[in-house]
Design a binder for this molecule. Structure first.
Ligand code: ADP
Length: 493
């Protein structure tokens, strides 16, 4: 493809400069050239979105439904092509790329339906003759800032509800995945939105993202990314005048507890999937495997054997199970954490080194660090790569304490055949999402997504709970001068 463009006020426009987008499976493969917006372009996008808001916020729910349905249908119809582009750009395997693409389409279809289901409430007042009505209204212009690890699903789960509830959008994708963002934006723009409702501004976080978080024309920011950037975004939103509504989805250090009575096959599959699929680059990844004493050695052996057999190769190659790490910086960080773990006294059981394949890329052997202590950095800090930390616990009670002893609280899992422990864990886990005999990663799209503690801030995403962030509530009181309705009775006739 030639140099791509940003989309501002209904026009495709050149950026201030272009940068190349590289395939992490083969750095000789340039996916495309993508524009970098400057602050002036971001301001134009915000102005266009503000101009479009009055009409779009009053648009018919049938029109919104039809547009979102068209977007979802086209994404799913083109799943193979879009999934391939995603995998080529981000490095997850082709089945993972296609799966994520289908998910994005399903999210648009779900929110097409939500357009028709937006409901308010009518209540009696405490005062005679007064009626109370609670309704949801759009917020205005919403800034969407997304990370690279789910290049189509995360934008979808922010863009779809923003549009469904009548908001205009300025969308800033991550620097590493502009091609998927561009392809998605082309589909969105073609679906029939009035100019200015949806704007795409690709570029750097420190320029495009900062301008969005500080600009008074943006009413709210939904962000997914790292904890330090999330903090900056939240601080900028509060310092802005007027203050912005803000929603942050950040990191995780998700525990997967494996109890003595676990089904071994299920436990190993949950651990391998949760820790290493998508190259471990998921905020819901199972990065702490907390294993009780009676099963620990057998589980570690089975897990190690399964991990050694994983095929790490070019994301687009048939048979690849683990694609490359997204870029050189991330790979260096992953390798650094393996070294930190060894220095802290953990035992590297397998993997943890850079691999060479036919093409130059960022390949890494999935690493298992055993005999870890929950106080170690490898047990407390998010690594965001194919690195699993195994921690031994004496029994269920200690495993639960370790699982909850973390600054994060996104997802938590347990593998057990005991209803007693499964139920207790569901109730006592300090995470936003709990999985029983399932990996910590892998969620549905029609129910809330989000966490507690340092993982999330603000209302949940996805499902009908998305309305909490993408709308503002109005409470209207009406005094009816005709007085209340009094039913006629037979005796008065
Ligand atoms: P990651 O690179 O791991 O996805 P980051 O938190 O660095 O996590 O980035 C997430 C998103 O936030 C990206 O789109 C990035 O460009 C953007 N971003 C980075 N710095 C800022 C900032 N200061 N203000 C707003 N957005 C930013």
């Amino acid at each position: 493809m030639g140099a791509a463009k940003n989309h501002i006020g209904g026009e495709w426009v050149e950026g201030a400069r272009n940068v190349p987008d590289l395939n992490p499976s083969n750095t000789n493969d340039v996916v495309g050239e993508f524009p970098q917006a400057d602050a002036a372009q971001v301001e134009q996008a915000i102005a266009a979105a503000r101009d479009a808001f009055p009409a779009w916020s009053r648009s018919s729910i049938q029109d919104r439904h039809d547009i979102l349905k068209r977007i979802g249908d086209e994404i799913i119809a083109r799943k193979d092509e879009l999934g391939r582009l995603l995998s080529r750009e981000e490095g997850k395997t082709l089945p993972e790329g296609i799966g994520e693409t289908v998910r994005a389409g399903q999210i648009f279809q779900f929110f097409a339906g939500e357009c028709l289901r937006l409901a308010g409430e009518k209540l009696a007042s405490t005062r005679p003759g007064v009626e109370v009505e609670v309704t949801r209204e759009p917020l205005g212009v919403i800034g969407l800032i997304t990370p690279w690890n789910f290049p189509i699903a995360i934008p979808a789960w922010k863009i779809a509800p923003a549009l469904a509830y009548g908001n205009c959008i300025v969308f800033k994708p991550a620097e590493l995945v502009p091609a998927t963002a561009h392809a998605l934006s082309e589909i969105i723009v073609r679906a029939g939105l009035p100019p200015g409702v949806f704007n795409l501004v690709m570029g750097r976080g420190s320029v495009v993202g900062e301008t969005m978080t500080r600009h008074p024309g943006i009413t709210a920011i939904s962000f997914t990314g790292s904890v330090p950037t999330g903090r900056r975004v939240a601080a900028a939103c509060v310092e802005a005048d007027p203050m912005k509504k803000v929603q942050l989805e950040m990191g995780g250090k998700n525990p997967l507890v494996v109890l003595d009575d676990a089904d071994m096959k299920t436990a190993v599959e949950c651990a391998v999937n949760g820790a290493f699929f998508s190259t471990g680059q998921r905020c819901t990844a199972s990065s702490r495997l907390i294993v009780t004493a009676g099963i620990h050695d057998r589980f570690l052996e089975a897990l190690t054997e399964r991990t050694k057999a994983l095929v790490v190769d070019d994301a687009l190659k048939p048979g690849t199970q683990i694609g490359p790490v997204v870029d050189e910086n991330q790979l260096e960080q992953d390798l650094r954490y393996v070294q930190i773990g060894k220095d802290e006294g953990a035992r590297l059981v397998t993997g943890g080194e850079r691999l060479n394949r036919e093409t130059p890329g960022f390949y890494m052997a999935p690493a298992i660090l055993a005999d870890a202590d929950n106080r170690m950095r490898i047990a407390r800090e998010e690594i965001f790569g194919p690195v699993a930390t195994v921690i031994r616990a004496t029994d269920y009670d200690e495993a639960l304490d370790i699982a909850n002893d973390t600054p994060f609280g996104l997802s938590a899992g347990i593998c057990t055949t005991s209803l007693k422990y499964a139920s207790h864990f569901r109730r006592n886990s300090e995470a936003g999402m709990v999985m029983v005999n399932l990996p910590t990663a892998g969620v549905d799209y029609h129910v809330p997504f989000g966490g507690r503690k340092g993982s999330s801030y603000g209302p949940r995403e996805q499902g009908r709970y998305a309305a909490e962030f993408y709308t503002t509530v109005k409470t209207a009181y009406t005094f009816d001068m005709n007085g209340p309705y009094v039913p006629r009775t037979r005796s008065s006739e």
